[in-house]
Each structure stands twice: as C-alpha cells, then as structure tokens.
Design a protein around this ligand. Structure first.
Ligand SMILES: [Zn+2]
Length: 162
C-alpha cells in the first residue's frame, strides 16, 4: 500500500478519488460505466475497440466495502415513517445518480429501530441526510472524519410521549 503524504490526506492520495485519471477510454469491468473526457458516464451502445478495463471508484468502494459516507437513522419516528423515509432515500439516490453515476447507495442495513445507509460518496450521504432533515425535521449531526475519505451523519427523531 502506498504511503499517505502529509498529515491530512490530499484528495489525490485518495484511492477512491472521483477525479482520478484513467487511460481513455476505459470501461468499468464491474458496472459497465465508461470513462471518457475525464469523467465516468453511461456507456455508448458499442464499445470502441481496445478499450481499457478497470474498476470505477464506486465499484472499488463497493468491492472494498469502504463507503464514502455513512448515514445512521434512528428514533421512534423512524419506525413509524420508515417506508416514507426509505422512498425519499431511493428517489434522492436516483436523482443523484442521474447527475453523477458514481453516486450510489452501497447498502442499507436494517436493524429494526435503526437504519445504516452506506454511500459511495460523502456528497451523497450529505444529500440524503439533508433531504431527510428538511422533509422530516428531527436532529441531524454531521461528523466529517479528518484524514479519512468519508463523512458520518446521524439523524434521529423521536415521537413525543402521549
Ligand atoms: Zn463500476
């Protein structure tokens, strides 16, 4: 493994950095995304000959099970509104993915009164956390981790006792 330079990892030292350069054109051997003109995009109908193969940053995170963002949801309100909140999460993911295909949800772990949502990018976790917060209120706490390429968010809301 390559040594990290400096005290705080610069983004170019980040093995999952979305702006990392690949030879053009490259196709992701796992999800089929296509790298050209400096970014990952949906593939053309016919792949050109001699296309390079690699893992895109999102698939690399998926394979390593190393998310860029973790969002924890909890509270009695969540139990009540679970489906509504999960729909919001899926719609937000779809929209984000339409804009930048590297933004994906890696997993949703359902632990009854708590949900853990892992995303490929810190940006997507922030987007989901903020969307839930703005639609459902509650408390949102954001904890970026220094020298790690990820962010953690904690959201919870409890129903008031009757
Ligand atoms: Zn991929």
């Amino acid at each position: 493994m390559r040594e990290r330079r400096g005290l705080v990892g610069h983004e170019t030292d980040n093995p999952y950095y979305e702006g990392k350069k690949y030879p053009e054109p490259t196709v992701c051997e796992r999800c089929g995304l296509f790298y050209r003109d400096g970014h990952w995009q949906h593939p053309p109908e016919d792949l050109p000959e001699g296309v390079h193969r690699a893992l895109c940053p999102a698939c690399r995170r998926e394979k390593d099970r190393y998310p860029g963002g973790l969002l924890y949801l909890g509270g009695t309100y969540l139990v009540e509104k679970r489906e509504e909140i999960l729909n919001l999460v899926r719609n937000q993911e779809e929209e984000a993915r339409g804009q930048r295909p590297l933004q994906r949800i890696l997993w949703i772990k359902d632990q009854g009164d708590e949900l853990e949502i892992a995303t490929t990018t810190p940006h997507l976790a922030m987007r989901l956390g903020r969307a839930i917060h703005s639609a459902h209120k509650g408390d949102l706490e954001i904890k970026p981790l220094e020298d790690e390429y990820m962010v953690r968010l904690f959201w919870r809301r409890d129903l008031k006792e009757a």
